[in-house]
Design a binder for this molecule. Structure first.
Ligand code: ZN
Length: 346
């Protein structure tokens, strides 16, 4: 049997090709893939061949956020059922290392994260018509949820994990820097967690225009309104929590300027090395906390999407068939119009 795949060979070298796949073995299921979303890391791999220390060093099938329909069950599998719409959790921790042992699979020493170029050989991804995957990585949705929404489970899980790093957000004033898909889903997750005020900054009006539907109470374009955050610096800063989803130097500097003493900055966005305002970090006793990927938040994201207690639909901006994958990646790179760009499979 053959499947089409979108395989990245290096910087701006993405090809749709055909390859063989086999029947699902014990514990596995065969999925007829439905929709996959292009993530920032997929885009970095495509545009630049990688980011920071993580570089594409061999051909890799793109994609780690996708949904599909269960087509066939391997031996010993009873769930999910045939025909079910599922999202695939791309995390494959080893389950036996010291970090898995102590309940921190995010820090697994042998993590195989689908569609990631972090380790060699690269772990292959999900942008393909057919995928065989362990049943335990599949999370089912009710029938009224679309495959496009289901494909947002992975990025929403990232944002639920980020929000979980900030402690109780009930009644808190929150700033989210960066209004891409992760920034906007973080807005929704913060609102869901009880934040009373959520300000969002970005450089692009198109990105910010989607923020109110996700729960933002104010949006600031820091290009057209460079002083927009100035009022929030009052009295050493006014935000309880900042989620930096931009990984941009100027945004991080302004985060340290507007955070309250002893406030928390959750670092969600990632880039290479950068300079930081150490004086503000120390002087205001800021807690600056990194957040990577997710763990049990994947199941929570599936639940939130299933009940639409978090509605992900406002972030979905474009959709292309797999044969136009290159066009999809080019579109995803144009932040003047694109937010979450998705690819539809067979
Ligand atoms: Zn492990």
């Amino acid at each position: 049997m053959l499947t089409r795949v979108a395989r990245l060979y290096g910087k701006q070298d993405l090809k749709v090709e055909t390859q063989a796949f086999s029947e699902p073995g014990p514990g596995n299921v065969l999925l007829r893939m439905a929709v996959g979303g292009i993530c920032g890391s997929d885009l970095h791999y495509y545009q630049d061949g990688g980011f920071g220390p993580i570089q594409v060093r061999e051909p890799i099938i793109s994609g780690h956020e996708a949904s599909g329909y269960v087509d066939k069950l391997g031996d010993g599998v009873s769930e999910p059922t045939i025909g079910a719409l599922v999202a695939v959790n791309p995390s494959q921790p080893c389950g036996t290392c010291q970090y898995c042992d102590k309940g921190e699979p995010i820090h697994c020493l042998d993590m195989r994260f689908m569609g990631s170029a972090m380790r060699l050989p690269h772990e292959q991804g999900m942008f393909r018509d057919w995928l065989v995957v362990p049943a335990k990585q599949c999370f089912a949705f009710p029938s009224d949820i679309t495959p496009a929404e289901a494909a947002c489970a992975e990025p929403l899980a990232v944002c639920l994990h980020a929000v979980a790093q900030a402690g109780d957000l009930t009644g808190k004033k929150v700033l989210v820097t960066g209004a891409g898909p992760i920034g906007l889903l973080t807005v929704a997750a913060a609102k869901h967690a009880g934040a009373s005020e959520i300000v969002v900054t970005d450089l692009a009006d198109a990105a910010l225009s989607r923020a109110p539907a996700m729960g933002a109470t104010q949006t600031i374009n820091v290009i057209s309104n460079p002083q927009g955050l100035a009022p929030y610096q009052e009295g050493k800063g006014t935000f309880d929590v900042v989620f930096d989803c931009s990984a941009a130097g100027p945004a991080l500097r302004s985060a340290f300027a507007v955070i309250k003493p002893r406030g928390t900055i959750v670092q969600v966005g990632v880039t290479g090395d950068m300079t930081i305002p150490l004086n503000a970090l120390v002087g205001k006793e800021v807690i600056w906390r990194g957040s990577q990927r997710f763990d049990q938040e994947f199941a929570q994201a599936v639940q939130a999407i299933s009940s639409r207690s978090i509605d992900v639909r406002p972030i979905i901006s474009h959709n292309f068939p797999l044969e136009n994958a290159v066009e999809a990646f080019e579109q995803a790179g144009d932040r003047s119009v694109a937010c979450k760009v998705q690819i539809t499979f067979s």
